[in-house]
Design a protein around this ligand. Sequence first.
Ligand code: TYD
Length: 224
Amino acid sequence: MRGKFITFEGLDGCGKSTQLEKLAAVLRVRGIDVVTTREPGGTIIGERIRAVLLDSRTAGLDPHAEMALMFAARAQLIAEVIAPALEAGRWVLCDRFTDSTEAYQGGGRQLGSDAVLQLHRVLCGRLWPDLTILMDSDVSSSVGRARRRNLAATEETPDENRFEKESYAFFTRVRNGFLELAKREPQRVVLVDARPKLEVVHPQIVRLVFERLIDTGDKKATPA
Ligand code: TYD
């Protein structure tokens, strides 16, 4: 029995990483074998690509090169982590996936959705999440939170400020990109308002996952 694949999406600083960990804890209590991972990164090679992509000293990176590197990290993550886990019946919770490329490179960098979806077809095949939780938030508050978090980073933590330096207009295009793809794929992508406190958002996400993937009447999907 193949495992379920759940992704979290949203603007920088929307709280998705915290929500992902909280959902993983609930699923584990239910006896589900959960793997958590993130993009770009999640493998040794992918984390090296992440360092190139996010370091604010990576100046002059061409938008197409940026998109290709996002997919390079993703292809490695699928081969090493996601596909083997799903085949073994484990559930995979991933912080970002191709929807981020569509929103950031397709929308933010204005490369368009088609290029992203074509690359996905070639490099990721038919692998799409069973469920995507899109955490929607205001551009100014979420990006402000991400900037403060990264500025507070210490000497030992990596510089991950390159995207945080982008303009309000860039992040508005990213947000619109997310909202458009959610409209296009309502079966897979569920919008969650990320603005309330995390204790308010968490039970909504749990309910959503149970409704969509566990209490579906599909006995095989119900964990022991
Ligand atoms: P992430 O670690 O999720 O940052 P945050 O916790 O601030 O949300 O993602 C790193 C950055 O990479 C983020 O600014 C979004 C960007 N990104 C893309 O531009 N395209 C992609 O395909 C992915 C996966 C991430």
